[in-house]
Ligand binder design. Structure first.
Ligand SMILES: Cc1ncc(COP(=O)(O)O)c(C=O)c1O
Length: 408
Protein backbone atom coordinates (compact mmCIF):
# COMPACT_ATOMS: atom_id res chain seq x y z
CA UNK A 1 0.00 0.00 0.00
CA UNK A 2 1.15 3.53 -0.83
CA UNK A 3 2.41 5.58 2.11
CA UNK A 4 0.19 8.45 3.25
CA UNK A 5 1.41 11.96 2.52
CA UNK A 6 2.14 13.60 5.88
CA UNK A 7 0.84 16.97 4.60
CA UNK A 8 -2.66 15.47 4.50
CA UNK A 9 -4.97 16.03 7.42
CA UNK A 10 -6.44 13.02 9.23
CA UNK A 11 -9.65 13.07 7.12
CA UNK A 12 -7.68 13.05 3.88
CA UNK A 13 -5.44 10.27 5.15
CA UNK A 14 -8.49 8.05 5.73
CA UNK A 15 -9.75 8.83 2.21
CA UNK A 16 -6.34 8.15 0.69
CA UNK A 17 -5.85 4.92 2.61
CA UNK A 18 -9.16 3.36 1.62
CA UNK A 19 -8.82 4.23 -2.10
CA UNK A 20 -5.99 1.73 -2.32
CA UNK A 21 -7.72 -1.13 -0.55
CA UNK A 22 -11.51 -1.03 -1.00
CA UNK A 23 -13.57 -1.95 -4.06
CA UNK A 24 -14.82 1.32 -5.46
CA UNK A 25 -18.52 0.58 -5.17
CA UNK A 26 -19.61 3.72 -3.33
CA UNK A 27 -19.85 7.34 -4.38
CA UNK A 28 -18.59 8.55 -1.00
CA UNK A 29 -19.45 11.92 0.49
CA UNK A 30 -16.20 13.90 1.03
CA UNK A 31 -16.39 13.45 4.80
CA UNK A 32 -14.47 11.11 7.12
CA UNK A 33 -16.27 10.26 10.34
CA UNK A 34 -14.65 9.08 13.55
CA UNK A 35 -17.41 9.66 16.08
CA UNK A 36 -21.16 10.22 16.19
CA UNK A 37 -23.70 10.93 18.89
CA UNK A 38 -27.45 11.52 18.64
CA UNK A 39 -27.92 13.57 15.45
CA UNK A 40 -24.31 14.75 15.23
CA UNK A 41 -21.32 13.34 13.34
CA UNK A 42 -17.68 14.40 13.82
CA UNK A 43 -14.61 14.35 11.60
CA UNK A 44 -11.11 13.62 12.96
CA UNK A 45 -10.50 17.38 12.90
CA UNK A 46 -13.53 17.91 15.15
CA UNK A 47 -15.86 19.38 12.50
CA UNK A 48 -19.48 18.81 13.52
CA UNK A 49 -22.25 17.87 11.09
CA UNK A 50 -26.00 17.83 11.73
CA UNK A 51 -27.08 14.42 10.52
CA UNK A 52 -30.44 14.37 8.72
CA UNK A 53 -29.81 10.98 7.16
CA UNK A 54 -29.16 8.68 10.16
CA UNK A 55 -27.04 6.19 8.24
CA UNK A 56 -29.79 6.02 5.57
CA UNK A 57 -32.72 5.48 7.97
CA UNK A 58 -30.75 3.16 10.26
CA UNK A 59 -29.89 4.91 13.53
CA UNK A 60 -33.49 5.85 14.31
CA UNK A 61 -32.70 6.23 18.03
CA UNK A 62 -29.69 8.42 17.28
CA UNK A 63 -26.03 7.49 16.95
CA UNK A 64 -24.48 5.57 19.84
CA UNK A 65 -27.72 5.57 21.80
CA UNK A 66 -26.59 4.93 25.42
CA UNK A 67 -29.28 2.32 26.16
CA UNK A 68 -28.45 0.36 23.01
CA UNK A 69 -24.71 0.67 23.75
CA UNK A 70 -25.29 -0.79 27.23
CA UNK A 71 -27.41 -3.61 25.84
CA UNK A 72 -24.73 -4.49 23.28
CA UNK A 73 -21.97 -4.41 25.91
CA UNK A 74 -23.94 -6.58 28.37
CA UNK A 75 -24.96 -9.08 25.69
CA UNK A 76 -21.38 -9.25 24.35
CA UNK A 77 -20.30 -10.62 27.72
CA UNK A 78 -23.16 -13.14 27.86
CA UNK A 79 -23.77 -14.68 24.42
CA UNK A 80 -22.80 -13.38 20.98
CA UNK A 81 -23.16 -16.17 18.43
CA UNK A 82 -23.67 -19.90 18.51
CA UNK A 83 -25.45 -20.31 15.12
CA UNK A 84 -29.00 -21.21 14.22
CA UNK A 85 -28.42 -24.80 15.23
CA UNK A 86 -29.37 -23.74 18.77
CA UNK A 87 -32.42 -22.26 20.51
CA UNK A 88 -31.82 -18.73 21.81
CA UNK A 89 -34.07 -16.67 24.04
CA UNK A 90 -33.00 -13.38 22.46
CA UNK A 91 -34.29 -14.42 19.03
CA UNK A 92 -37.64 -15.69 20.29
CA UNK A 93 -38.22 -12.58 22.44
CA UNK A 94 -37.42 -10.31 19.51
CA UNK A 95 -39.73 -12.25 17.18
CA UNK A 96 -42.57 -11.98 19.71
CA UNK A 97 -42.02 -8.22 20.09
CA UNK A 98 -42.00 -7.72 16.31
CA UNK A 99 -45.11 -9.81 15.75
CA UNK A 100 -47.04 -7.69 18.26
CA UNK A 101 -46.60 -4.74 15.89
CA UNK A 102 -48.24 -6.21 12.77
CA UNK A 103 -50.53 -8.89 11.39
CA UNK A 104 -47.79 -11.48 10.81
CA UNK A 105 -47.36 -14.77 12.72
CA UNK A 106 -43.80 -15.90 11.99
CA UNK A 107 -40.38 -14.29 11.45
CA UNK A 108 -37.20 -15.26 9.60
CA UNK A 109 -34.11 -13.28 10.66
CA UNK A 110 -31.25 -12.35 8.35
CA UNK A 111 -28.62 -9.64 8.05
CA UNK A 112 -29.73 -6.96 5.59
CA UNK A 113 -32.62 -5.56 3.60
CA UNK A 114 -31.66 -7.35 0.40
CA UNK A 115 -31.54 -10.63 2.29
CA UNK A 116 -34.98 -10.01 3.80
CA UNK A 117 -36.39 -9.40 0.31
CA UNK A 118 -34.50 -12.41 -1.05
CA UNK A 119 -36.17 -14.49 1.69
CA UNK A 120 -39.56 -13.01 0.76
CA UNK A 121 -39.09 -13.86 -2.94
CA UNK A 122 -37.92 -17.38 -2.11
CA UNK A 123 -40.84 -17.91 0.27
CA UNK A 124 -43.38 -16.66 -2.30
CA UNK A 125 -42.03 -19.06 -4.88
CA UNK A 126 -41.78 -22.02 -2.51
CA UNK A 127 -45.23 -21.38 -1.03
CA UNK A 128 -46.72 -21.47 -4.52
CA UNK A 129 -44.74 -24.55 -5.48
CA UNK A 130 -45.12 -26.66 -2.33
CA UNK A 131 -48.29 -25.43 -0.59
CA UNK A 132 -50.55 -23.89 -3.24
CA UNK A 133 -49.26 -26.45 -5.78
CA UNK A 134 -49.19 -23.86 -8.54
CA UNK A 135 -46.51 -23.28 -11.13
CA UNK A 136 -46.39 -19.58 -10.16
CA UNK A 137 -43.06 -17.86 -9.55
CA UNK A 138 -43.23 -14.38 -11.06
CA UNK A 139 -42.92 -11.33 -8.82
CA UNK A 140 -44.33 -8.02 -10.07
CA UNK A 141 -42.73 -4.80 -8.85
CA UNK A 142 -43.10 -1.09 -9.62
CA UNK A 143 -41.00 1.27 -11.69
CA UNK A 144 -38.55 3.38 -9.63
CA UNK A 145 -38.75 0.89 -6.76
CA UNK A 146 -35.64 -0.24 -4.90
CA UNK A 147 -35.41 -3.69 -3.34
CA UNK A 148 -31.67 -4.41 -2.96
CA UNK A 149 -28.45 -5.42 -4.69
CA UNK A 150 -28.42 -9.22 -4.74
CA UNK A 151 -29.10 -10.67 -8.19
CA UNK A 152 -32.76 -11.39 -7.44
CA UNK A 153 -33.46 -8.13 -5.63
CA UNK A 154 -31.73 -5.93 -8.21
CA UNK A 155 -33.79 -7.68 -10.86
CA UNK A 156 -36.90 -6.90 -8.80
CA UNK A 157 -35.78 -3.26 -8.52
CA UNK A 158 -37.51 -0.98 -11.02
CA UNK A 159 -34.42 1.08 -11.93
CA UNK A 160 -32.20 0.23 -14.91
CA UNK A 161 -29.02 1.69 -13.40
CA UNK A 162 -28.72 -1.00 -10.69
CA UNK A 163 -28.90 -3.78 -13.33
CA UNK A 164 -26.22 -2.38 -15.63
CA UNK A 165 -23.59 -4.99 -16.51
CA UNK A 166 -25.10 -7.86 -14.50
CA UNK A 167 -26.87 -9.82 -17.25
CA UNK A 168 -28.07 -12.51 -17.45
CA UNK A 169 -30.55 -11.63 -14.73
CA UNK A 170 -32.75 -14.22 -13.00
CA UNK A 171 -36.08 -14.98 -14.64
CA UNK A 172 -39.45 -14.31 -13.11
CA UNK A 173 -39.61 -10.57 -12.51
CA UNK A 174 -41.93 -8.06 -14.17
CA UNK A 175 -41.94 -4.30 -13.57
CA UNK A 176 -44.98 -2.09 -14.19
CA UNK A 177 -45.43 1.70 -14.07
CA UNK A 178 -46.08 3.45 -10.74
CA UNK A 179 -49.75 4.22 -10.06
CA UNK A 180 -51.09 2.32 -13.08
CA UNK A 181 -53.57 -0.24 -11.80
CA UNK A 182 -54.58 -1.26 -15.31
CA UNK A 183 -50.98 -2.12 -16.25
CA UNK A 184 -50.72 -4.13 -13.04
CA UNK A 185 -53.94 -5.99 -13.80
CA UNK A 186 -52.66 -6.85 -17.28
CA UNK A 187 -49.29 -8.04 -15.92
CA UNK A 188 -50.94 -10.62 -13.64
CA UNK A 189 -51.14 -14.11 -15.14
CA UNK A 190 -51.09 -17.78 -14.11
CA UNK A 191 -47.33 -17.54 -13.40
CA UNK A 192 -47.69 -14.63 -10.93
CA UNK A 193 -46.75 -15.49 -7.35
CA UNK A 194 -46.63 -12.05 -5.73
CA UNK A 195 -46.69 -8.29 -6.04
CA UNK A 196 -43.92 -6.56 -4.09
CA UNK A 197 -44.08 -2.84 -3.25
CA UNK A 198 -42.62 -0.17 -0.99
CA UNK A 199 -45.61 1.86 0.20
CA UNK A 200 -43.39 4.93 0.20
CA UNK A 201 -40.63 4.56 -2.39
CA UNK A 202 -37.37 5.73 -0.82
CA UNK A 203 -34.52 5.59 -3.36
CA UNK A 204 -37.16 6.27 -6.00
CA UNK A 205 -37.53 9.83 -4.71
CA UNK A 206 -39.66 9.60 -1.53
CA UNK A 207 -42.90 8.78 -3.34
CA UNK A 208 -45.87 7.53 -1.29
CA UNK A 209 -48.26 5.21 -3.11
CA UNK A 210 -51.59 6.95 -3.68
CA UNK A 211 -54.22 5.43 -1.29
CA UNK A 212 -56.43 4.14 -4.10
CA UNK A 213 -53.51 2.52 -5.87
CA UNK A 214 -52.36 0.76 -2.69
CA UNK A 215 -55.89 -0.51 -2.01
CA UNK A 216 -56.17 -1.58 -5.65
CA UNK A 217 -52.94 -3.59 -5.39
CA UNK A 218 -54.24 -5.46 -2.36
CA UNK A 219 -57.58 -6.12 -4.08
CA UNK A 220 -55.82 -7.52 -7.15
CA UNK A 221 -53.72 -9.79 -4.91
CA UNK A 222 -56.83 -11.14 -3.17
CA UNK A 223 -58.85 -11.57 -6.39
CA UNK A 224 -56.01 -13.46 -8.06
CA UNK A 225 -54.89 -15.41 -5.00
CA UNK A 226 -51.37 -14.04 -5.13
CA UNK A 227 -49.21 -12.76 -2.30
CA UNK A 228 -48.76 -9.12 -1.28
CA UNK A 229 -45.18 -8.42 -0.19
CA UNK A 230 -44.59 -5.04 1.43
CA UNK A 231 -40.96 -3.90 1.57
CA UNK A 232 -40.75 -1.86 4.78
CA UNK A 233 -36.97 -1.84 4.90
CA UNK A 234 -36.77 1.95 4.76
CA UNK A 235 -40.29 2.87 5.88
CA UNK A 236 -40.66 0.54 8.86
CA UNK A 237 -40.18 0.91 12.60
CA UNK A 238 -42.02 4.19 13.27
CA UNK A 239 -40.33 6.26 10.55
CA UNK A 240 -43.50 7.27 8.74
CA UNK A 241 -45.59 8.00 11.83
CA UNK A 242 -46.97 4.48 12.33
CA UNK A 243 -44.99 1.44 13.36
CA UNK A 244 -45.25 0.18 9.75
CA UNK A 245 -46.05 2.40 6.79
CA UNK A 246 -48.59 -0.07 5.36
CA UNK A 247 -50.72 0.68 8.45
CA UNK A 248 -51.46 4.12 6.92
CA UNK A 249 -53.11 2.22 4.08
CA UNK A 250 -54.94 -0.41 6.09
CA UNK A 251 -53.15 -3.17 4.19
CA UNK A 252 -52.75 -6.73 5.45
CA UNK A 253 -49.64 -7.98 3.64
CA UNK A 254 -48.82 -11.67 3.35
CA UNK A 255 -45.13 -10.85 3.78
CA UNK A 256 -43.43 -7.81 5.35
CA UNK A 257 -39.69 -7.19 5.09
CA UNK A 258 -37.65 -5.07 7.50
CA UNK A 259 -34.00 -4.13 8.11
CA UNK A 260 -32.22 -0.76 8.45
CA UNK A 261 -33.46 0.63 11.83
CA UNK A 262 -34.19 -2.80 13.28
CA UNK A 263 -31.09 -2.98 15.50
CA UNK A 264 -30.25 0.76 15.42
CA UNK A 265 -27.03 0.22 13.46
CA UNK A 266 -26.14 -3.43 13.91
CA UNK A 267 -26.84 -5.39 10.72
CA UNK A 268 -30.17 -7.19 10.86
CA UNK A 269 -33.02 -8.03 8.50
CA UNK A 270 -36.36 -9.72 9.11
CA UNK A 271 -38.98 -11.31 6.89
CA UNK A 272 -42.38 -11.66 8.56
CA UNK A 273 -45.29 -13.67 7.25
CA UNK A 274 -48.53 -15.42 8.10
CA UNK A 275 -48.78 -18.97 9.43
CA UNK A 276 -50.38 -19.99 6.14
CA UNK A 277 -47.56 -18.69 3.93
CA UNK A 278 -44.79 -19.70 6.37
CA UNK A 279 -45.65 -23.33 5.51
CA UNK A 280 -43.70 -22.73 2.29
CA UNK A 281 -40.46 -23.06 4.28
CA UNK A 282 -39.38 -26.16 6.15
CA UNK A 283 -36.08 -27.07 7.87
CA UNK A 284 -33.33 -26.83 5.27
CA UNK A 285 -35.17 -24.71 2.70
CA UNK A 286 -33.65 -21.38 3.77
CA UNK A 287 -30.91 -20.33 6.20
CA UNK A 288 -28.13 -17.90 7.06
CA UNK A 289 -25.27 -18.32 9.53
CA UNK A 290 -25.54 -14.94 11.24
CA UNK A 291 -29.31 -14.36 11.05
CA UNK A 292 -30.77 -13.39 14.42
CA UNK A 293 -27.54 -13.94 16.30
CA UNK A 294 -28.00 -13.28 20.05
CA UNK A 295 -26.01 -10.03 20.09
CA UNK A 296 -27.97 -8.41 17.28
CA UNK A 297 -31.30 -9.77 18.49
CA UNK A 298 -30.75 -8.25 21.95
CA UNK A 299 -29.96 -4.87 20.36
CA UNK A 300 -33.04 -5.10 18.12
CA UNK A 301 -35.33 -6.05 21.01
CA UNK A 302 -34.09 -3.04 22.99
CA UNK A 303 -34.60 -0.83 19.91
CA UNK A 304 -38.23 -1.91 19.61
CA UNK A 305 -38.84 -1.54 23.34
CA UNK A 306 -37.51 2.03 23.24
CA UNK A 307 -39.58 2.85 20.15
CA UNK A 308 -42.73 1.65 21.92
CA UNK A 309 -41.90 3.18 25.32
CA UNK A 310 -41.08 6.59 23.81
CA UNK A 311 -43.94 6.44 21.27
CA UNK A 312 -41.59 7.28 18.43
CA UNK A 313 -44.32 6.59 15.89
CA UNK A 314 -46.35 9.49 17.32
CA UNK A 315 -43.23 11.66 17.55
CA UNK A 316 -42.36 10.97 13.89
CA UNK A 317 -45.95 11.76 12.88
CA UNK A 318 -46.07 15.09 14.74
CA UNK A 319 -42.57 16.18 13.80
CA UNK A 320 -43.15 15.10 10.21
CA UNK A 321 -46.23 17.32 10.05
CA UNK A 322 -44.35 20.28 11.54
CA UNK A 323 -41.36 19.75 9.25
CA UNK A 324 -43.60 19.48 6.20
CA UNK A 325 -45.29 22.77 7.14
CA UNK A 326 -41.84 24.35 7.55
CA UNK A 327 -40.66 23.12 4.16
CA UNK A 328 -43.92 24.10 2.49
CA UNK A 329 -43.38 27.67 3.70
CA UNK A 330 -39.89 27.47 2.23
CA UNK A 331 -41.31 26.12 -1.05
CA UNK A 332 -43.79 29.02 -1.16
CA UNK A 333 -40.88 31.47 -0.78
CA UNK A 334 -38.89 29.68 -3.52
CA UNK A 335 -41.43 28.44 -6.08
CA UNK A 336 -38.77 28.63 -8.81
CA UNK A 337 -36.64 26.05 -6.94
CA UNK A 338 -38.91 23.75 -4.91
CA UNK A 339 -41.73 22.03 -6.76
CA UNK A 340 -43.04 19.68 -4.08
CA UNK A 341 -42.63 18.50 -0.51
CA UNK A 342 -43.59 14.85 -0.19
CA UNK A 343 -43.24 11.89 2.11
CA UNK A 344 -44.70 10.60 5.31
CA UNK A 345 -43.63 11.24 8.91
CA UNK A 346 -39.86 11.69 9.11
CA UNK A 347 -39.27 10.44 5.58
CA UNK A 348 -39.27 13.67 3.64
CA UNK A 349 -38.43 14.57 0.06
CA UNK A 350 -37.81 18.17 -1.03
CA UNK A 351 -38.22 18.09 -4.79
CA UNK A 352 -36.12 20.63 -6.70
CA UNK A 353 -36.92 21.91 -10.16
CA UNK A 354 -33.30 21.36 -11.28
CA UNK A 355 -30.42 18.90 -10.67
CA UNK A 356 -29.62 19.30 -6.98
CA UNK A 357 -25.93 18.41 -6.66
CA UNK A 358 -24.86 22.03 -6.05
CA UNK A 359 -27.52 22.57 -3.38
CA UNK A 360 -26.64 19.28 -1.69
CA UNK A 361 -22.95 20.31 -1.70
CA UNK A 362 -23.75 23.76 -0.27
CA UNK A 363 -25.75 22.12 2.53
CA UNK A 364 -22.84 19.80 3.26
CA UNK A 365 -20.44 22.76 3.30
CA UNK A 366 -22.78 24.43 5.80
CA UNK A 367 -22.65 21.33 8.02
CA UNK A 368 -25.86 19.47 7.10
CA UNK A 369 -25.92 15.83 5.96
CA UNK A 370 -28.81 14.80 3.73
CA UNK A 371 -29.08 12.65 0.64
CA UNK A 372 -29.78 13.53 -2.99
CA UNK A 373 -31.83 10.90 -4.77
CA UNK A 374 -33.04 10.69 -8.38
CA UNK A 375 -30.83 13.72 -9.09
CA UNK A 376 -33.26 16.35 -7.77
CA UNK A 377 -34.82 15.13 -4.51
CA UNK A 378 -33.23 16.12 -1.20
CA UNK A 379 -34.10 13.15 1.00
CA UNK A 380 -34.28 13.56 4.77
CA UNK A 381 -34.33 10.47 7.00
CA UNK A 382 -33.29 11.88 10.37
CA UNK A 383 -33.18 10.05 13.68
CA UNK A 384 -36.69 9.86 15.13
CA UNK A 385 -35.22 11.48 18.24
CA UNK A 386 -33.91 14.57 16.42
CA UNK A 387 -34.60 18.03 17.88
CA UNK A 388 -36.96 20.13 15.80
CA UNK A 389 -34.42 22.97 16.07
CA UNK A 390 -32.10 20.95 13.80
CA UNK A 391 -34.78 20.80 11.11
CA UNK A 392 -35.44 24.53 11.53
CA UNK A 393 -31.72 25.28 11.15
CA UNK A 394 -31.61 23.11 8.03
CA UNK A 395 -34.64 24.92 6.53
CA UNK A 396 -33.11 28.31 7.24
CA UNK A 397 -29.80 27.29 5.64
CA UNK A 398 -31.54 25.83 2.60
CA UNK A 399 -33.53 29.06 2.26
CA UNK A 400 -30.32 31.11 2.36
CA UNK A 401 -28.70 28.87 -0.25
CA UNK A 402 -31.73 29.16 -2.56
CA UNK A 403 -31.86 32.97 -2.10
CA UNK A 404 -28.14 33.26 -2.94
CA UNK A 405 -28.69 31.12 -6.04
CA UNK A 406 -31.54 33.40 -7.17
CA UNK A 407 -29.41 36.53 -6.95
CA UNK A 408 -26.27 34.91 -8.45
C1 LIG B 1 -36.86 -0.19 0.29
C2 LIG B 1 -35.54 -0.87 0.37
N1 LIG B 1 -35.47 -2.19 0.14
C3 LIG B 1 -34.30 -2.85 0.22
C4 LIG B 1 -33.13 -2.21 0.49
C5 LIG B 1 -31.84 -2.97 0.57
O1 LIG B 1 -31.39 -3.02 1.88
P1 LIG B 1 -29.84 -3.36 2.21
O2 LIG B 1 -29.03 -2.24 1.67
O3 LIG B 1 -29.81 -3.49 3.70
O4 LIG B 1 -29.55 -4.66 1.53
C6 LIG B 1 -33.15 -0.83 0.72
C7 LIG B 1 -31.89 -0.09 0.98
O5 LIG B 1 -31.79 1.09 0.80
C8 LIG B 1 -34.38 -0.15 0.65
O6 LIG B 1 -34.45 1.18 0.86
Amino acid sequence: MEKCDTTMNASEQIMHKEKAVLCHTYGRYPVSVVRAEGSRMYTPEGREYVDLLAGIAVTALGHCNPEIARTIADQARKLVHVSNLFYQDEQADLAAALLETCNADKVFFCNSGAEANEAAIKLARRYMNKVAKRDAYEVITLESSFHGRTLATLTATGQAKVKDGFAPLPEGFVTVPFNDLEALRKAIGPKTAAIMVEVVQGEGGVRPLPQEFAQGIQKLCRENDILLIVDEIQTGLCRTGKFWAHQHYDLTPDIITSAKALANGLPMGAMMTTDKVAKGFEPGSHATTFGGTALVSAAALKTIQIMKRDRLDERAHKMGQDATALFETLAAAHPEAITEIRGCGLMIGIVLSFPGQEIWQALLDAGFICNLTQGNVLRLLPALTIDFADLEAFAETLGNILSARKTA
